[in-house]
Design a binder for this molecule. Structure first.
Ligand code: HEC
Length: 116
C-alpha cells in the first residue's frame, strides 16, 4: 500500500471550496488598513457598515446600471466577495471595474471591516 503524505496538495476542488466557505471571518483591523490604502481615496470611510445592507444603498454616490440592477439584493459575504474579486463580472458596467482585489484573504479582511 502506498501511503503518500500529500501535505494538503492533493485536495480536490470540492474540499478546497468547503474550506474557503468555512472561513468567512476576516481580520477587521487588517481590513481597515487595506481599506485606507486601496479604497478610501474614492470612498473615504463611508462604506463602513454596508455589510448586510441593500446593494446601491451606500449613500451619496451615483450608481451605474450594473449595480442598480442588483439593488433588490443585499451585500452578503458572497456578493461582496464576488464584486471585489471581479467587479465587472458582478456588475457589468460598474465604475469600480479597475479595483479587482485578487487575494481572497484581502477580500475577507476588507469585508470584515465593512461589517462594523
Ligand atoms: C477609483 C475609485 C474607487 C476605488 C479605488 C474603490 N471604489 Fe468602490 N466604488 C466606486 C464607485 C464609482 C462605486 C459605484 C459603482 C457603480 O455604481 O457601479 C463603488 C461602489 C462600491 C460599493 C457598493 C456601494 C453600495 O452602495 O452598494 C462597495 C461595497 C465598494 N465600492 C467597495 C470598495 C472597496 C472595498 C474598495 C477597495 C478595495 C473600493 N470600493 C475601491 C469607486 C471606487
Amino acid at each position: 500500500m502506498t501511503n503518500h503524505n500529500n501535505n494538503g496538495h492533493g485536495q480536490g476542488p470540492a474540499a478546497r471550496k468547503a474550506k474557503i466557505a468555512a472561513v468567512t471571518t476576516g481580520d477587521s483591523a487588517r481590513g481597515e488598513r487595506l481599506f485606507r490604502a486601496m479604497c478610501a481615496g474614492c470612498h473615504s470611510l463611508g462604506l463602513r457598515g454596508i455589510f448586510g445592507k441593500p446593494i446601491a444603498s451606500g449613500g451619496a454616490m451615483l450608481y451605474t446600471s450594473g449595480l442598480e440592477r442588483r439593488a433588490s439584493q443585499k451585500w452578503t459575504f458572497e456578493n461582496l466577495d464576488a464584486f471585489l474579486r471581479a467587479p465587472k463580472e458582478f456588475a457589468g458596467d460598474t465604475a469600480m471595474g479597475a479595483v479587482a482585489v485578487k487575494n481572497a484573504k484581502d477580500r475577507r479582511d476588507l469585508i470584515e471591516f465593512l461589517k462594523v
